[in-house]
Design a protein around this ligand. Structure first.
Ligand SMILES: O=c1ccn([C@@H]2O[C@H](COP(=O)(O)O)[C@@H](O)[C@H]2O)c(=O)[nH]1
Length: 233
């Protein structure tokens, strides 16, 4: 298991609760993920604030646009000094190759990750959109393409991790949201596993939002995750 596999999703509408959470947690226990809501409201200053407190930041903006635009966006993310950034694999080969090439000249390139099928989506959701593949089949197809394009890994559900690990090998990062502590509400997520099951399936990184941030005591919830993983005494 990765030394520090937990990434806490800091999904808040303003800087104050995000920074308060960062003060309560510690970089030894987790990395932090900044997504669309927080970044749109607070921008690069908030990313810098979290980095100043010692956290690696995953900038989860899931870029999906024409190749030239996405290349510029990942270059901008690299300039923020983030640890990980992502693009939608559904943007296709030329878009992903442009993103990977854009980072080649960066002095400290972030990990570049392709989003396969959102963990909030079920087979039925995909069928309704005209896809004939199951979520699992589509994840495998998009992961193969992502790897061919030279990216470092994929966002997927931990449910797909065993097949992905077999297909993509040990060095391809599997970043898995849709994680819930036992008994917690899945909410809008559809492809969900517990932290222990996700790691047992071969996930490298667990993205955990509401099971930690929505808990009465987020630090205690994060420590519970580590106890479940056996990564904290
Ligand atoms: O497929 C995906 C890709 C990204 N996410 C993001 O992860 C967190 C999950 O939050 P929870 O509160 O643990 O459900 C959230 O920021 C999503 O934007 C994802 O869930 N699925």
């Amino acid at each position: 298991m990765n030394e520090n596999p937990v990434i806490v999703a800091v999904d808040f509408p303003s800087a104050e609760p995000a920074l308060a959470l960062a003060e309560r947690l510690s970089p030894e226990l987790c990395r932090l993920k900044v997504g669309k809501e927080l970044f749109t409201r607070c921008g690069p200053a908030l990313v810098a604030g979290l980095q100043d407190r010692g956290f690696d930041v995953f900038l989860d903006l899931k870029f999906h646009d024409i190749p030239n635009t996405v290349a510029g966006a990942v270059r901008a993310a690299a300039d923020l000094g983030v640890w990980m950034v992502n693009v939608h694999a559904a943007g296709g080969r030329r878009m992903m190759v442009a993103a990977a090439e854009a980072l080649q000249s960066s002095s400290h390139a972030p990990l570049l990750i392709g989003v396969t099928v959102l963990t909030s989506m079920s087979d039925e959701d995909l069928r309704e959109m005209g896809y004939t593949e199951s979520a699992g089949q589509r994840v495998l197809r998009l992961a193969a393409l992502t790897r061919e394009c030279g990216l470092d890994g994929v966002v997927c559900s931990a449910m797909e991790a065993p097949e992905l690990r077999a297909q993509c090998g040990p060095d391809f990062s599997l970043v898995t949201p849709g994680i819930r502590l036992a008994g917690d509400d899945a909410g809008d997520q559809r492809r969900v596993l517990t932290p222990a099951d996700a790691i047992a399936n071969g996930a490298d990184y667990l993205v955990i939002g509401r099971s930690v941030t929505g808990a009465a005591d987020p630090l205690e919830a994060l420590q519970r995750v580590h106890r479940e993983l056996g990564s904290l005494a």
